[in-house]
Design a binder for this molecule. Structure first.
Ligand SMILES: *Cc1c(COP(=O)(O)O)cnc(C)c1O
Length: 423
């Protein structure tokens, strides 16, 4: 039985679904405040309890007591590679290489530059990068910046809808950069089928997994991806600003060149050699000294993700997002809420978004009522559903709170009308 077909839909039915939920036990792994329903794990994941202890140990014992010896003794030096290997497993990276490092923006720069360089050698007539106008802005900003740096010749071609992809895939396309799950709408690209079309057109596929890693089962090697990047502070619960990752397929790993030839990417960093010689493996994508505190606590989130059956996670995610949509539509009639997330399960990631003309004020009022989602331009109420720490009754309660905010027009309070720096 799935909740989508339960009649009538009641809070008791949601509680019953919680009682039968095989992932329910994961909630106690997270330190969430009482009285809060956290629907923003797609922007900043929740704190895993074990990260508190890990952070304390790294600070007090590893830094405080072992000092610089920790690079060897406590394996700090290996952290980006060790976590990269875990992420490679989580993301089905096969024989490809992955390291945890830097930010998604920086890793995107490296991945795009490496992919363009491969194409410059194999197919120099290909100079176009295709992406979506609706992509997360940094992906487009970084692409534009790289194009400018490369000088004349390269071009960014943006599509306005998934259906326009094939038309954009001309003989001049070098690389296609897509984000698997759209940050605003939650729309999901079919990675295997899309990558096949990209390859058929002679281009390379760079996938941004920011809104899918830890939320959607991923098989980078099986799906034929060429390069991938993504962050760990969203569904992987790595913590604010925790290092991102970069992955290269085994087809490209040996030959890929990172444009940021920092000493950590050197084959033998501690030879302190005057000349640059990159590592042959994924370490070639490192740049400089890693943020060890953040990386160490982030590993806890990655370990949690690895312990979860990704298909069970996906099944629950679809149940909860489907429940959210159904409840809003059944229980909040008459309000100007427009679903912008695909209804079809195979096209949906793990968050649900509705437009509302007073979206910003509505979200602020909702947050004051203990339901934390977020707001994205234009007019978008975004609700991230992290199956590890959310249950069915949480979704019921969140939608009931939204109903109260709208029915009682709580959003009209003056305090909710002004914008803060981070929305
Ligand atoms: C969250 C997100 C980013 C964030 O990039 P940072 O460099 O970590 O700030 C980039 N791209 C997409 C698609 C995202 O969703």
């Amino acid at each position: 039985m799935t909740i989508a077909s339960t009649e009538p839909l009641t809070r008791a039915a949601c509680e019953q679904a919680d009682a039968q939920d095989p992932l329910a036990g994961y909630r106690s792994e997270f330190a969430l405040p009482e009285g809060v329903i956290y629907l923003d794990g797609n922007s900043l994941g929740a704190l895993p309890r074990a990260a508190v202890e890990r952070g304390g140990t790294v600070l007090a014992e590893e830094w405080g007591r072992d000092l610089i010896g920790s690079w060897n003794k406590n394996h700090w030096f290996e952290l980006p590679v060790r976590i990269g290997e875990k992420l490679n497993r989580l993301l089905g990276g096969g024989d490809g290489g992955c390291v945890a490092t830097d930010t998604t923006s920086v890793n995107l720069f490296k991945a795009l530059a490496a992919a363009l360089r491969i194409q410059a050698e194999d197919a120099p007539e290909r100079t176009v990068i295709v992406s979506e106008r609706e992509n997360f802005p940094t992906d487009l900003y970084i692409t534009e910046g790289l194009i400018e740096l490369l000088g004349a010749g390269h071009e960014l071609r943006l599509i306005d809808a998934p259906g326009e992809l094939d038309g954009a895939l001309g003989a001049d396309v070098a690389v296609v950069l897509l984000t698997q799950v759209n940050y605003r709408t939650g729309a999901l690209w079919d990675m295997v089928e899309t990558t096949r079309r990209i390859h058929d057109a002679g281009a390379l596929a760079v996938w941004d997994l920011c809104h899918s890693a830890g939320a959607v089962p991923i098989s980078l090697a099986g799906d034929g991806a060429d390069f991938a990047v993504g962050c760990t502070y969203k569904y992987l619960n790595g913590g604010p600003g925790s290092p991102a990752f970069i992955w290269a397929s085994s087809r490209h790993l040996g030959r890929a060149v990172s444009p940021l030839s920092g000493w950590w990417s050197h084959a033998k960093p501690f030879d302190m050699a005057p000349g640059y010689a990159p590592a042959a493996d994924a370490r070639k994508f490192l740049v400089g000294t890693q943020p060890i505190l953040s990386m160490a606590t982030m590993e806890v989130g990655v370990d949690l993700a690895l312990s979860v059956d990704q298909d069970a996670l996906r099944a629950k995610s679809l149940e909860l997002t489907g429940l959210f949509i159904r409840l809003v539509e059944e229980r909040l009639p008459g309000h100007p809420l427009t679903l912008i997330t695909p209804r079809e399960e195979r096209l949906r990631g793990s968050h649900v978004s509705f437009r509302h003309p007073e979206g910003y004020a509505v979200m602020k009022a909702l947050i004051d009522q203990g339901v934390i989602g977020d707001y994205r331009e234009p007019e978008v109420l975004r609700f991230g559903v992290t199956p590890l720490y959310l249950g069915y009754a949480d979704i019921w309660d969140a939608v009931e709170t939204l109903r109260r905010v709208l029915d009682d027009e709580l959003w009209r309070a003056p305090a909710y009308q002004t914008r803060e720096a981070v929305t």
